[in-house]
Design a binder for this molecule. Structure first.
Ligand SMILES: Nc1ncnc2c1ncn2[C@@H]1O[C@H](COP(=O)(O)OP(=O)(O)OP(=O)(O)O)[C@@H](O)[C@H]1O
Length: 280
């Protein structure tokens, strides 16, 4: 079986570090003392039941929510607010301004940085629109696109900024099952080509296994770290396999059931290349 509990040994410097992060909304504690490290090129998944604070952690990484305790750093610098180094793709289809075309939507953050000319922004936007398979739709408006196409635009818009970390908050959860699978596949294909760093939130165990190479399991409200796993890259082709089913059941037990022998590494388990336990 291809899951392994990560042992918290030291190692290479993480790109993004959450250190003892507690998040609160008034008197509601959303997460308690959550720590994790994301390394360059990781596909790091925050997985847990509804209300465990996954989205809040992602928002804190994005700089939209300030921790009540603890800190989040990117390249050693504390996150104090939103920045172009951390682009977010949300679940909602209305994240694209409807009055802008696809091209204008992708160009917009590039122009906001004032680091590129309008011409260059247009060229870069067209490049990323092609990368997500939307060539020919540059001048379409969001309301004429399917949900999957809108999410592709949001991904193109984020990747065009070449962020240090791409933050994705259940980006495919509102899509139909077939489109969701297709988008997971496309995301994998993009990662194979570009090797960006991904922080991905989901409450789907299957999606976590397909998308992630490292998975942080969070307990229910308030969210606390229950376990951290390295996993092989399960692709969609292996999703029905016995190994995949076993991994799914094991994560389910870790999230909702007994913890006992599950915390022992699996015999023959593989080590993710960027896991802390793999560090020299
Ligand atoms: N803006 C807010 N104001 C008040 N409470 C909030 C706010 N956002 C989240 N919460 C609360 O914080 C807790 C964690 O919410 P969060 O959305 O981060 O969890 P989640 O794991 O992403 O859940 P889901 O999978 O359902 O989206 C919940 O109890 C939620 O009600």
């Amino acid at each position: 079986m291809s899951l392994q509990i990560v042992s918290p040994t030291g190692g290479i410097a993480p790109l993004l570090r959450a250190d003892g992060v507690s998040l609160e909304y008034g008197h509601t504690r959303a997460t308690h003392d959550v720590s994790f490290d994301v390394y360059r090129g990781d596909r790091f998944v925050l997985l847990g039941p509804s209300g465990c604070g996954k989205s809040s952690l992602l928002k804190a990484a994005a700089g939209f929510v300030k921790p009540a305790a603890g800190s989040i750093t990117v390249n050693g610098a504390q996150v104090l607010g939103p920045g172009p180094d951390r682009m977010v793709v949300f679940q909602e289809f209305d994240q694209l301004p409807p009055w802008k075309t696809v091209l204008e939507n992708v160009m917009f953050p590039l122009l906001m940085t004032r680091r590129v000319s309008r011409h260059e922004a247009g060229e870069r936007a067209a490049h990323w629109i092609a990368k997500v398979g939307l060539s020919g739709f540059e001048h379409a408006h969001p309301h004429t696109l399917s949900g999957g196409m809108k999410q592709r635009v949001a991904i193109a818009r984020a990747l065009a900024m070449q962020p240090e970390v791409l933050l994705m908050d259940e980006p495919f959860a509102a899509l139909d099952a077939l489109t969701r699978r297709k988008m997971q596949e496309e995301l994998g294909r993009l990662w194979e080509e570009l090797r960006f760093t991904l922080l991905f939130v989901t409450h789907s165990i299957e999606e976590a296994l397909v998308v992630g190479n490292r998975i942080l399991l969070l307990s229910p409200h308030p969210g606390q770290v229950r376990a951290e796993l390295n996993s092989h890259q399960f692709d969609l082709a292996s999703a029905g396999s016995a190994e995949f089913q076993a991994a799914t059941q094991r994560i389910h037990r870790l999230l909702f059931g007994e913890r006992r022998s599950d915390t022992a590494p699996d015999r023959g388990a593989s080590q993710a290349p960027h896991g802390r336990s793999a560090a020299p």
